[in-house]
Design a protein around this ligand. Sequence first.
Ligand code: AMP
Ligand code: GLY
Length: 431
Amino acid sequence: MKILLVGSGGREHALAWRLKKSQSCQKLYCAPGNAGIAEQAECVDIQVSEIDKIVEFARDKIIDLVVVGPENPLVDGLADKLRAENIPVFGPSKAAAQLEGSKGFMKDLVKKYNIPTAAYGRFTDLEEAKAFIHVTGAPIVVKTDGLAAGKGVIICNTKQQAEAAAEEMLSGAAFGDAGTEIVIEEFLEGEELSYFALADGKTILPLTSAQDHKRVGDGDTGPNTGGMGAYSPAHIMTEELEQEILDKIIQPTIDGMKAEGCPFTGVLFAGIMVCKGKPILLEHNVRFGDPECQTLMMRMDCDLAHILMMAAQGKLKDVQGHVNWSDDPALCVVMAAKGYPGDYEKNTLIQDIDKANEIEGVYVFHAGTKAGEDGKILSNGGRVLGVTAMGESIAQAQERAYKAVDLINWPEGFCRRDIAWRALKAKDEAA
Ligand code: AMP
Ligand code: GLY
C-alpha cells in the first residue's frame, strides 16, 4: 500500500514509525510531517488545513489509504472529500467528527443512548446558564461547545467563577465562535483514563488504555496543556473495567452514531472518569491522543497499515484479535519549549537525540521539530519531543525515559519529572 499520513506532531511520528514497520506499507508520505517523521516517510509540503491540496495529492499519487492524525481537518470534512473520490480514509466524516467538534452534540447523543456521563445543560443564553449554575451549585464545569485546542474547559470552584466563565465564553471574547454555545456540567471526582478503540461504522476493535498528564507542572499543578506525558496501560485498568467501558460506552456510541445516520469510522478516544470503580464518559475524541499514541504505538504488535485499511473499508470484523499488545508498559515524557503553554521561542537547537535513542527500549518521537542546515534539528512548536520508553515495569520505563531525557542537549526545553506518578504511588502503597 501507498499511504498518506496527515499531521505533524508526536502522534503522527508514532503512527509513521508503526506504519513503516507494517508489512503492508510499501511507501509512506506525510503531509506536512516534521524532522523526525522524515526518517520514516517522504514529507510533502502541504499543511493539515489545506484539505483540497491533500485530496489532490492523494489522487495524483494514487494513494491507497489516507490516515488522518488531528481532529481539525476531520471536523472540516477531509474524510468526506476523500471518500467522494473513492480514496479509502481512516478517520470519521464531518458529521461523525461532531463527537469531538461539538460537545453539545456528543452530550445529547450519549444521553439519548443511556451512556453514563455527567449531568449537563446546553446554553446560548447567559441568563439561562446562570440559572443552571445556581441550581446545580459548585464545583461545576463550563465548556465551549466547539474546538478550543484543549483550552475550552474551565473547572469552577465557585458559582461566581462559573458565571464569569460562561459570560466570557458566550460573549465570544474568550474563544470566538467555539464558545458562543456552551455546555455546563456536574463536576465528577475520580481518576481519569483514556481508552482507545477502532471502529468501522458498526464493528469495534478494542485497543488499550493510557493515562495522560494534562497540567504543565509536577504533581499536576499549573495550567492545562495538550499533554505533558503519558503511560500505557493505565494503572487502574482491569479486565472487568475494560469490558464495562466497551459495553456501556464504546459500543453504544458506535451503535448510536450508526442509528443517527452518521456512522463512525476511525479511532474513538474516550476520556473517562472512573468514579467509585464505575466508568463515566467525560469526552469523546475522534483521533488518537497525543502523547498517548506514542505509548500505544510502542506497545502495539500488528500490521497497523492493514488494520487501518480494514477499518476504512468496514471490515474490522475480519481482523478481530489481530492486534497484540506487549505486557510491558510504555511511558512518554514530553519535552516542551520553556514558556509553553504560554509564549515560547522557536528555532532553538536540539542536540544528542541519537544518544538518547541508544538507550535500550527508548525511542524519541519528534513533535514540533524541523530540519535546519547541515542536518541540525530545530524546535518548531510548544511540545517538541516525546521521549518514549518501554520497560519490564513502569518504574523501569520511567527510569529509561528520564535517562534519555537527560542525554538530550536542549537548554531551551523542559519536562515534567513525574510522569506515571499515580501508577508508581499505587504500586508503593500496595507494597
Ligand atoms: P475535556 O476536554 O472535556 O476532557 O476536559 C478537559 C479536562 O477537564 C478533563 O481531562 C478533566 O480533567 C477535566 N474535566 C472535564 N469535565 C469534567 C467534569 N465533569 N468533572 C471533572 N473534571 C472534568
Ligand atoms: N493528550 C490529550 C489529547 O490528545 O487530547
